[in-house]
Design a protein around this ligand. Structure first.
Ligand code: BES
Ligand code: MN
Ligand code: MN
Length: 473
């Protein structure tokens, strides 16, 4: 008797360990795209991703190059005439690892251990976003290993500069747009609602950022000998930063909040479905017991879960003057900070950037010198979850996770999404991924749940099938 032919799902289940192994191999490369980290690791990471795409059956694998940009890796498999073409996106760069002492296992030594929801894989990039790369390769490979053709055409694009602001997207589109024609964008760089509870993301915030340097001296000096008449640049910076928000943490830069598009009645109704429990919110964000939820449980009738993607916010990401190690009794010659603002519907990034800079200039005290660099600006994005592509994604997640997905907005930003869905003429963008509220992306001990990783891969297989089935109907 002949054995029944194996399905892609069977192959995924049989080979999930080897896909997890692919993920671990990618995680060993510290592909940090921030300034000051070795470019050679970004190159090594690009090469490793290209090799993985080839190994998993993709064709025409190529590293797309743009002067000054980190490698974008491309591969395709287009043998389904008449079927839709998916542009599958993830990014292979990661954020810096933060404080090494706060990692339970070294950030670039992928480690499996128990954690929230069972077995988890720990290390930088585990979820954000090396898992996204492997979701694509695992799904594609499962069809090919089952001896089947893919039910759709796929073009895989793995970005190398997402975490540092995607500053070459425009040039990239100019050069490569014609090779990236697609009917649907699939972005694997998101989070689920909870462990085992999938989500489809329908909104992202935009982002505006600056690096601020305030200087008052040509050298650091003794704070006893000179303190008083000589102004302190670190204090000047502190006052400037404090002027950016009111006592409820709301942005206090004139003209910024005014841009926010008020929530429509339809949005209010739709968002009322998004669950919010203070207890979960506190636990997942890691807020200490005394720490207040700004705006309370309902600001303007809007819960914190909704404010995360439908209200703007301002964060001081870093401050540097002296350091703990060199905290002598000195007046520091200069002080530095990175500030970012998250944008929502209605906000114009360039305008907010100009308002932020003008506000900082106006609030620079004591004749200190102000230098602003590292400017970044990209708009918010949102979509109506309607049409066959969204139906397909919904069905695929429901099949893969055994639970209906929630449609959620996310507070994070991915400049690629807006640029590409616009460039491709407004094609639907499906935002999925395997982060969960315990992932701690960008922080220490980043992790991905092994069981959700598998469910995510499975959903990706179903997504190809569901899209093929619904296309043109
Ligand atoms: N994957 C995240 C975006 C994200 C965050 C999606 C939370 C869903 C939930 C992405 O890698 C990211 O971190 N983006 C940066 C963009 C910035 C550098 C322009 C961000 O949001 O800070
Ligand atoms: Mn990401
Ligand atoms: Mn990220």
């Amino acid at each position: 008797m002949k054995a029944a032919p194996k399905s892609p799902q069977d192959l995924l289940q049989a080979n999930v360990k080897s896909h997890l192994q692919d993920l671990m191999e990618l995680m060993k490369i510290p592909s940090i795209s921030f300034e000051g980290f070795p470019v050679s690791e970004m190159e090594r990471s690009g090469d490793a991703v290209a090799a993985l795409l080839k190994k998993r059956g993709l064709e025409n694998v190529e590293i797309f190059r743009l002067p000054g940009a980190f490698p974008f890796v491309y591969g395709d498999y287009c043998h389904a005439p008449g079927k839709p073409t998916l542009l599958l996106y993830a990014h292979h760069d990661v954020q810096p690892a933060g404080n090494p002492e706060r990692w339970s296992s070294p950030p670039f030594e992928p480690t499996l251990r128990e954690g929230p929801g069972g077995m988890r894989l720990y290390g930088r990039g585990a979820a954000d976003d090396k898992a996204g790369i492997v979701l694509h390769t695992a799904a594609i490979a499962s069809f090919l290993e089952a001896g089947q053709e893919l039910p759709v055409n796929v073009k895989v694009i793995i970005e190398g500069e997402e975490e540092c602001g995607s500053s070459h997207l425009e040039g990239f589109l100019k050069k490569y747009r014609s090779r990236l024609d697609a009917d649907v964008l699939v972005i694997a760089d998101m989070g689920n609602f909870d462990i085992g509870v999938p989500a489809l993301t329908m909104a992202l915030r935009g982002i505006v950022g600056v690096h601020i340097e305030v200087s008052g001296l040509d050298k650091s000096v003794h704070s006893g000998m000179w303190g008083g008449p000589v102004p302190d640049p670190a204090m000047a910076l502190s006052k400037m930063l404090a002027s950016l928000v009111d006592d409820q943490g709301r942005i206090a830069i004139p003209g910024v909040l005014e841009q926010v598009e008020p929530l429509s009645e339809a949005e209010r109704r739709e968002f009322a479905r998004i669950p919010y429990r203070e207890e979960d919110f506190r636990k997942q964000s890691g807020m200490l017991p005394g720490s207040e939820i700004l705006g309370g449980a309902l600001e303007d009738g809007i819960s914190p879960m909704v404010r995360l993607f439908r209200k703007p916010s301002l964060t001081v990401n870093a401050i540097e003057a002296s350091s703990r190690l060199t905290a002598g009794n000195i007046i520091n010659r200069s002080a530095w900070s990175k500030v970012t603002i998250r944008l929502v519907a209605g906000m114009d990034p360039e305008k907010v950037l100009a308002q932020l800079k003008a506000h900082l200039a106006k609030h620079t005290p004591w004749g200190m010198e102000l230098k602003i660099t590292g400017e970044a600006a990209s708009p918010a994005w949102s979509t109506q979850m309607k049409g066959p592509a969204f139906d397909a994604a919904y069905a695929a997640l429901e099949r893969g996770y055994g639970k209906a997905p929630l449609t959620l907005g996310s507070g994070g930003s991915i400049p690629f999404v807006r640029s590409f869905s616009d460039a491709l003429g407004g094609v639907p963008a499906l935002l999925v991924g395997v982060e969960d509220p315990y992932t701690n992306a960008h922080g220490e001990n980043e992790s991905v749940g092994v069981s959700d990783f598998e469910k995510g891969c499975l959903s990706h297989i179903y997504l190809f099938e569901e899209l093929a089935k619904r296309w043109g109907k």
